[in-house]
Design a protein around this ligand. Structure first.
Ligand SMILES: Nc1ncnc2c1ncn2[C@@H]1O[C@H](COP(=O)(O)OP(=O)(O)OP(=O)(O)O)[C@@H](O)[C@H]1O
Ligand SMILES: [Mg+2]
Length: 369
């Protein structure tokens, strides 16, 4: 990855010049005309490796930008280089009190800017390496999870609130009241599912590890039956499940409860994202040479386009299209699947054709009864 540099400069000629120069040196460049604009970009998720900023700018000067950036991004500080017309003593003193140590005085030679940029990036990298604190990384993960969770909770809570308001109006027919209560129930079921998934994920992320995971010999057909009976979507018999298994007497080694969760999540997706009356196949194939068994869940549903495939195992990732907008879900199911399979030293494989269907599979080691 090429480092990203944010250039903040109100003078258009200079801004373009610096941008072109940096791009020629293979850096990725984002520009902003003012400190306010730069801050907006950062608040919206831009994470540059370095900021080059003018000092005197309208609305917010370079020093204020520096201060604000460090207020927001207090976990990993972004290095700054200031471009300045003159470096008077007072200016340097002010900068030093803030912790600024890199100035380039205008007019400057282009090579000098590149040398300063490379030196600053190198120092930042060394600092990061020497400071690779797993706790900080975890904290950042946690902050992200918190932000996403709050966002996911906001929508159903807002609809529950408005349904309650509607229910409090006096003039309502019994039929309408029933319909609203129904909606209320659906929203709370959704919230309960979200909390359940979050707890499961939290357990997998924080407590579960390969060494401690309790594994046992499992009769494969039992596992498949547990998966089918645990899939709540199957309570409405809109789909047929077909089990294709050439050797029915296989035993596998793993954690029964977790592997059942893998199957229920894959089956739930196969049902949710396929058309009523569609067939779902659970296929079991023995891989002779590896002493493993490959388990696949296959549907002939809406499928997943190639651009989305790399992301569907990410936390809270859901594909938003007309076809999926009314399908409930939290986007955690496949994240849980991936975690569990990782604890079993395997990973999901996925093939999908939009409009035709999806085939997800994983392998497990075969063991003797
Ligand atoms: N079999 C499938 N066919 C088509 N799309 C799928 C299939 N399985 C998953 N997806 C897509 O991948 C996304 C992520 O799946 P995942 O199981 O993680 O979340 P979800 O089903 O939306 O919610 P949850 O499982 O947490 O209730 C889904 O929202 C859907 O867009
Ligand atoms: Mg799912």
């Amino acid at each position: 990855m090429h480092p990203t540099i944010l250039v903040v400069e109100d003078d258009e000629t200079l801004r373009t010049l610096v941008m072109e120069l940096l791009m020629k040196e293979q850096f990725q460049v984002v520009t902003a005309r003012t400190g306010v604009e730069a801050l907006e970009l950062l608040k919206n998720g831009l994470k540059p490796d370095l900021i080059i900023s003018d000092i005197i700018m309208p609305e917010m000067d370079g020093y204020e930008l520096y201060q604000r950036v460090h207020n927001y991004q207090n976990l990993i500080p972004i290095p700054f280089i200031f471009l300045t017309a003159k470096t008077g003593e007072e200016e340097i003193r002010q900068g030093k009190s803030l912790g600024v140590d890199e100035y380039i005085t205008k007019p400057f030679k282009l090579e000098d800017l590149i040398i300063a940029v490379r030196a600053r990036l190198k120092r930042a990298e060394e600092f990061r390496k020497g400071f690779q604190d797993p706790i900080l990384e975890k904290l950042e993960d946690l902050q992200n999870l918190l932000r996403i969770t709050a966002h996911e909770l906001k929508t159903p809570i807002a609809s529950i609130e408005s349904i309650c308001k509607m229910l409090m109006t006096e003039s309502m027919t019994e039929a309408d009241r029933r319909q609203f209560l129904n909606m209320l129930q659906n929203q709370t079921i959704g919230l309960k599912e979200l909390v359940k998934d979050l707890l499961e994920l939290n357990y997998l992320e924080t407590t579960a590890n390969k060494e401690k995971l309790e594994k046992e010999k499992i009769f494969l057909l039992d596992l498949i039956n547990l998966g089918i009976s645990g899939t709540s979507e199957l309570k409405k018999p809109s789909h047929q499940i077909k089990v294709e298994i050439s050797e029915p007497n296989l035993w596998v080694y793993g954690n029964k409860f977790q592997l059942k969760l893998v199957l229920t999540n894959l089956l739930s997706n196969a049902i949710k994202y396929s058309f009523e009356g569609g067939d779902i196949i659970i296929r079991v194939e023995k891989i002779q040479e590896d002493n493993k068994v490959k388990i696949s869940v296959i549907d002939n549903g809406i499928g997943i386009d190639e651009a989305n495939l790399p992301y569907i195992f990410d936390k809270f990732y859901r594909i938003k299209t007309k076809e999926t907008e009314n399908i409930p879900g939290t986007g955690l199911g496949l994240t849980i699947v991936k975690y569990i399979l990782d604890l079993h030293d395997t990973k999901p494989e996925i093939k999908s054709i939009p409009g035709k269907g999806t085939h997800i599979s994983f392998t497990l080691p075969i063991c003797q009864p």
